[in-house]
Design a protein around this ligand. Sequence first.
Ligand code: ZN
Length: 469
Amino acid sequence: MEPSPLPLTTHVRTARPADLPAVIGILRAQQHAFGFIRTVAVAKEIERGEVLLGEREGIPVGTAIFHHRRDGITTLHAVAVRPDVAGTGVGRALLDRVETLAREQGQRCVRLKCPIDLPGNGFYARLGYARLTIEMAPKRPLAIWLKELPPPGQRRRGPPTFYLSLTHSASEIRQIMRLWDAAGDPRDPFRHVVFTPLFAEKATFRLIQQLKQDRGSTVMFDSGGYQVQMGRIGFPDLLTRLLELYRTHTWADWYVLPDHVPKSTDSDDEVAAKVNDTLHAARFFLRHLPDRFAERALAVVHGRTIDQIEQCLDTFSALGIRYVGFGSFTTAGRRGSVNQVNKLSLSLLSKVYQKASQLDLSLHIFGVGSPYHIRCFQSQDIIPNSFDSSGWWKSAGFGNIFSTDGNQMQITEMPSARHTITEAKKAMNRTNHECNFCKNLSILRKIRIYRVMHNLSIMNELVHSWRST
Ligand SMILES: [Zn+2]
């Protein structure tokens, strides 16, 4: 009997150390293209997260090795496909993923070399690569291929990237990852995560490093400006400790520069001083970190006036920073710990958005609390490149569940429980929401982690269906 052909969907993921034999096997089958393959070198590339594995039904069928250079060029060292599935889209899936990863890193282009006598050259031409030149290498001539990636300004059209804000213990994060994976929703919210390494538990720090290795997650280091705001550390202290940390841990994708966060109760002079502190800190960090650091830095815009906001954006742009963040929502509550979107902050955000677009800067919004905030941004036609949120987790703790229309409902208070469950059911039906965690609303009422998961599912759904109203 003929073996049935493998199905045509290729699942691409970051290779793990255990995949080394599979990767080597695929490369060796293409030895004529790559020459001698050094296992030790490939093992190192896997450790650095620079190797992708393409699978069909769990069977490795292809691999790609790449490197994001600090000058904005992503080099592709190898693309190899098992001979029996050649020409069925595995190579294309691998290359698509490399390009996506490169774009997410803000890289300018992907470049590769291919011996001119190999059929691979036609493949690269079909995928939109341009042949730059022929390099006369010692063994045989190599064609140099290059594909430009669209600049940030043109990327703003797609939905924003949702960075999961992981501020919890490693065991809790593991629990929500397990629950998410078991539910089988392929829209993986753990692909982009942000946390504050300076104040995270060691186990959380290690878990996030692991996430980068195993899941290929994009990791953003937050600065801990919030901790200054809460009075847990002084701003000068934060600068010293953060600089040391950023020097030591070079594996993150994005580094948030330290910001001195104004409070709504601050006087105008105090706000002005904090804006100056923030600008000064950005210059200080760029001076003391390697040349290419600016390309991975995310600088936070602060200010109460349009002038202050413009001053921030102009300064950051002049420093070579390409990614800016906004988090100046009005602070309320104890020590200003709760972010609220009001008219003033929304109009400032709108200004930041316009000016950042003009300067071709990408925009991140910090601390998006709930679906309501997202609806506010959409009503103003604000489409950031990314945002982060931990509100889905916090709200669940207060007994609140989200719905995609922007509302949230308190469902744990005893007296009104029956009433709210009926209301919640109606809301889920009205918004066509379905997830594994809210099938039984009585359980949702009793178990916090189910509310956490449902809220996460709602946030994820909103991102994937992002639209302006
Ligand atoms: Zn749900």
